[in-house]
Design a binder for this molecule. Structure first.
Ligand code: DP6
Length: 320
């Protein structure tokens, strides 16, 4: 029996678009912060006598496409391990119910670490990152503690995440909508590539943003990190809004929160907004300013549900 814990990560330079849908090779590199909130805990037990994988998700049996995606991932692990033995998988998310923050990144990072161990594989961090990537692209970054850069790479062997040194950052998550999104990020990424007239511009912009972000990390320049973060998120959403049929993830409240970030900066705080494929907004700031940013946001936008987070551990095995 092997149990692993992993946390979600939030990208400062986003991954949006694949050049290989099956290997999950991204069009561009990305850079993120693995958080210390909302851990996913996953236990894998190999059962040589079972006829099928048994997958339990937050105490309920998983079915349909969610179960199929996990079985397909276990098939990759079984191929590496040279066995056909089925497994029992038990996954628990600590995300407050309905917060809309359940993360495939923490899920597949925890599953990669637990399944590799349960099937007797000894994989280093890079190999685990590559494996997690096959479940969900962004999961390759949740293998890594704190800040992580995912190198786009040229093939399966060269597309992995690793730690990147930089200033201590924190985040404040504003929960705008608890509901499930109308279009999955997997489908929306494909639609952006196939139908958005801004898809190529996004790829060029993301490459330039990643280079700038690496410079900003090396220099410890929070202002530049924040500016590139906010602009990169808006550029991604601009590309998404060019899809046909159209997709728009940002809600009026999300836009209001981007405006709040500007007001916080006017007060002297270093807070910058970003948003993934959904309406929730995440503020990035120096780790030492997380509480001040949370308080200032509470005063600026009363009633907003805010969660403070700092840099967290990479996916790892735990004793239970
Ligand atoms: C907007 O990693 O969930 O959060 O590889 O298809 O599973 P798949 O996509 P996923 O996409 C994450 C997109 C994002 C940006 C990011 O995390 O970089």
């Amino acid at each position: 029996m092997s149990t692993a814990v992993a946390h979600p990560n939030i990208a400062l330079v986003k991954y949006w678009g694949k050049r290989d849908d099956s290997l999950i090779l991204p069009l561009t590199g990305s850079l993120s912060l693995t958080l210390d909130v909302f851990p996913t805990t996953t236990t894998v037990v190999v059962d040589p006598h079972a006829e099928a994988d048994q997958i339990v998700f937050d105490a309920a049996p998983a079915t349909g496409s969610a179960a199929a995606r996990i079985t397909a991932f276990l098939d990759l692990v079984r191929t590496l391990a040279g066995t056909n033995a089925r497994a029992r998988v038990d996954t628990r998310n600590s995300v407050p119910t309905g917060a809309g923050l359940a993360s495939s990144a923490s899920g597949f990072a925890a599953l990669a670490v637990a399944a590799a161990d349960a099937y007797g594989l000894t994989l280093d961090q890079r190999a685990l990152s590559r494996l997690a990537r096959r479940g969900s692209g962004s999961a390759c970054r949740s293998i890594i503690p704190g800040a992580a850069i995912w190198h786009a790479g040229l093939d399966d062997a060269t597309s992995f995440a690793e730690h990147v040194d930089g200033p201590d950052l924190g985040m404040v998550i504003a929960v705008v909508d608890a509901g499930a999104k109308a279009v999955s990020s997997r489908e929306a990424m494909r639609r952006t590539r196939d139908t958005s007239p801004y898809a190529d511009a996004w790829v060029h912009a993301a490459e330039a943003d990643l280079a700038l972000m690496q410079q900003a990390f090396a220099a410890g320049d929070i202002g530049m990190i924040g500016e590139v973060t906010e602009s990169n998120a808006l550029r991604m959403h601009a590309a998404i809004m060019g899809c046909r049929p159209p997709i728009r993830y940002l809600a009026p409240q999300s836009v209001a929160l981007f405006d709040a970030a500007a007001r916080l900066r006017a007060q002297g705080l270093q807070a910058y907004a970003t948003a993934d494929a959904g309406p929730n907004v995440v503020f990035v700031c120096p780790a030492g300013e997380v509480d001040a940013v949370r308080e200032a946001l509470t005063a600026d936008m009363p009633g907003e549900r805010l969660i403070a987070a700092r840099a967290g551990a990479g996916a790892h095995l735990v004793e239970v």
